[in-house]
Design a protein around this ligand. Structure first.
Ligand SMILES: CCCCCCCC/C=C\CCCCCCCC(=O)N[C@@H](COP(=O)(O)O)[C@H](O)/C=C/CCCCCCCCCCCCC
Length: 214
């Protein structure tokens, strides 16, 4: 795969997820969204076949960016302050999606589920053999995570799109972290931060019984 012209480097994305974590074990919203924006850039570079995925993710990121530039921006400084504020203000519907279709809590929950997929996918890439198929790693991690929340038609479209993914080494080179071996080392160092962000968020949502928000 040719060297990237767009300056994308996965290091910055992983650094953003690291920057989400505070000493108080809270998750900062701005680096969280920055991490997602970096991932979308990468996704877009994989071809238009993934447009339906990036469109949905971009919509969700924009909902959250809107909150962060609104009068209530401090309420959305961390995932914890967002949950506290939206629950106390009746801005989250636990039963009916139509009541609060753009709450921060439900929007972040969708990204949070996708983060679970990302975590498994990157771990799969990192630990797989050189001749492993990226499409298989991606399908397995999708089926073990996000697919459980998607209807048949989305699962079908996603699984078809995965077939267009490049080979494992081409994919690792495309992350712009050096050789595939160097990329694997970097993933080993950085993935624990992504996992920590995932764990803290999962605990927060479980504590407030919000893991199934419609
Ligand atoms: C350099 C790093 C390597 C990995 C690069 C991966 C880049 C990934 C970027 C984004 C990941 C996908 C984010 C998808 C968010 C999906 C949120 C969601 O579940 N939305 C559904 C529910 O929303 P509501 O209707 O309740 O509002 C929505 O229905 C979904 C629609 C679109 C389809 C989502 C398919 C997800 C496939 C995820 C795998 C992406 C494949 C990337 C291939 C490397």
């Amino acid at each position: 795969m040719a060297e990237r012209q767009d300056g994308f480097c996965l290091r910055e994305v992983l650094a953003a997820f690291r920057a989400c974590l505070t000493a108080e074990q809270t998750v900062l919203m701005d680096p969280y969204l920055r991490g997602w924006n970096g991932l979308i850039r990468f996704l877009n570079s994989l071809g238009t076949i993934f447009s339906f995925v990036s469109k949905d993710a971009v919509t969700k990121i924009q909902i959250m960016e809107k909150y962060r530039s609104s009068d209530q921006r401090e309420r959305y400084e961390t995932l914890q302050t967002m949950v506290e504020y939206e629950l106390a203000s009746g801005l989250v519907s636990l039963k009916n999606r139509g009541e609060c279709p753009e709450s921060g809590c439900r929007t972040i929950l969708r990204l949070h589920r996708a983060l679970h997929w990302l975590q498994m996918f990157l771990e799969g890439l990192r630990t797989s053999q050189e001749d492993s198929k990226t499409s298989v790693i991606c399908t397995d991690s999708y089926n073990a995570s996000l697919a459980n929340y998607h209807p048949w038609v989305i699962r079908k479209a996603a699984t078809l799109a995965f077939c267009a993914l490049p080979t494992r080494n081409a994919f690792l080179e495309n992350m712009n972290l050096g050789t595939p071996e160097e990329a694997v080392d970097m993933l080993g160092e950085a993935l624990p931060y992504v996992c920590k962000v995932y764990e803290i968020t999962e605990e927060l949502y479980a504590k407030h019984k919000m893991l199934d928000l419609p």
